[in-house]
Design a protein around this ligand. Structure first.
Ligand code: GDP
Length: 378
């Protein structure tokens, strides 16, 4: 018998797209016409195969609604897939679970690498679980690829939290574009809610537009900072403070407590001059230690107060509605852009047009009009 060649194996569709090399599963293709060779063996292999085959839409919907983490993960894999069949199935599932979504508190968490976001998510997550909540942790990291590894991708992070039954952790989808990652994350939030998660923590790093994007999908946005690192180092000159509903000066422990308190006071002063991110809410600066857990209860109090106040004033619901519209129209823009740039005639002509523009042979407006006319067949 021939040896099985490397290219006779393939990755099955249920392998998460963002699975790294640790996901060592490859499936070897079956022998064609096996049923003719040994009908008994074929029947057996079909039964075995049935257990591993893609669950039906109905099974996935039921699984999600029952809070089954395996089926929830497989639903998210469908959401994250770029295959049109998977996306179609994912849309059908989303349609059915939609009435059961929306009930969580969505919290975005940002800060430069090293600020202590994952340590904070671990201790905050454990705190919430202890208080009786179910917690889902997601990440939005448009810079992540399968090989580079992403935030949350590292298994050693949030080790204790990941062992909790009432916790579900999902690394950032490798969507390529921010638009792709955004769609996948927003849909993932909905299925996690339908699966009964009360608090959704969404981690992001200060890369490009990712903070603005996460702000557009959460109710409360937390900026994690450290004392003495300098504003520029922490990327906060870019108006990130104005997106935040709270600033948390982390690592307020040991010798660092005073420095953290001073930093918090300074930020509090600076906040006076800034526009708050949420109407009617005063963005505050607090200290905490993700390592010792000090200040975590206060953070939760702040968030609960925010939720109560904004729900009473209607700002909470108003923001959610606005986000739905933003989501819709940003998807249209993204999809049009995708279709435009992947159109075969456009792909062919773009390098030529670029040359013409750079050589001064064509004015940008005329070039843009020509490309659009080609795309729309005008
Ligand atoms: P992230 O990149 O923002 O997710 O940061 P990590 O959570 O990976 O933390 C970066 C480093 O800071 C790690 O070595 C943590 O142990 C440490 N760290 C995080 N939170 C605290 C804290 O509250 N106190 C102290 N002393 N160290 C912390």
């Amino acid at each position: 018998m021939d040896k099985i060649k490397q290219n006779d194996s393939y990755l099955p569709d249920w392998v998460p797209e963002n699975a790294g090399s640790e996901f060592a599963i490859r499936v070897v293709k079956g022998v064609e016409g096996a049923n003719k060779i040994a009908p008994e063996a074929h029947r057996h292999s079909q039964n075995v195969g049935a257990r591993y085959k893609q669950p039906s839409t109905e099974d996935l919907v039921k699984g999600v609604l029952n809070g089954d983490r395996t089926l929830l993960a497989r639903t998210i894999t469908l959401i994250e897939s770029n295959s049109p069949t998977h996306r179609e199935k994912a849309q059908e599932i989303l349609k059915q679970i939609l009435p059961f979504s929306g009930k969580s508190l969505r919290i975005g968490i940002t800060g430069v690498p090293g600020a202590g976001k994952s340590t904070l998510i671990e201790s905050f997550g454990l705190y919430l679980i202890k208080a009786g909540y179910k917690v889902a942790v997601l990440a939005v990291d448009p810079s992540s690829t399968v090989t580079k590894g992403s935030i949350l991708g590292d298994k050693t992070r949030m080790e204790k939290l990941s062992r909790e039954n009432n916790c579900f952790i999902r690394p950032s989808p490798s969507g390529g574009t921010l638009g792709g990652v955004t769609r996948k994350s927003r849909e993932t939030i909905l299925v996690c809610e339908a699966a009964g998660y009360d608090v959704i923590l969404i981690e992001t790093v200060g890369v490009g537009q990712s903070e603005v994007t996460v702000r557009s999908m959460v109710d409360f946005f937390l900026l994690v900072l450290i004392a003495g690192a300098g504003d520029e180092l922490q990327g906060i000159k870019k108006g990130v403070i104005e997106l935040a509903d709270a600033l948390l000066i982390n690592k307020a422990d040991g010798d660092n407590i005073n420095k953290a308190k001073i930093a918090a006071a300074e930020y509090r002063n600076a906040l006076h001059y800034l526009q708050p991110a949420t109407k009617g809410w005063k963005t505050g600066a607090y200290t905490a230690s993700a390592l010792t857990g000090e200040g975590i209860d206060n953070l939760w109090n702040v968030i609960k107060t925010f939720e109560q106040q904004t729900k009473e004033s209607g700002v909470f619901e108003e923001r959610r509605k606005k986000q739905l519209l933003e989501w819709t129209f940003s998807m249209i823009e993204e999809s049009l852009k995708d279709k435009f740039y992947s159109h075969s005639s456009i792909k062919e002509i773009i390098p030529i047009i670029k040359e013409e523009i750079l050589n001064g042979k064509k004015v940008p407006t005329a070039a843009a009009e020509q490309l659009l006319a080609l795309f729309f067949n005008i």
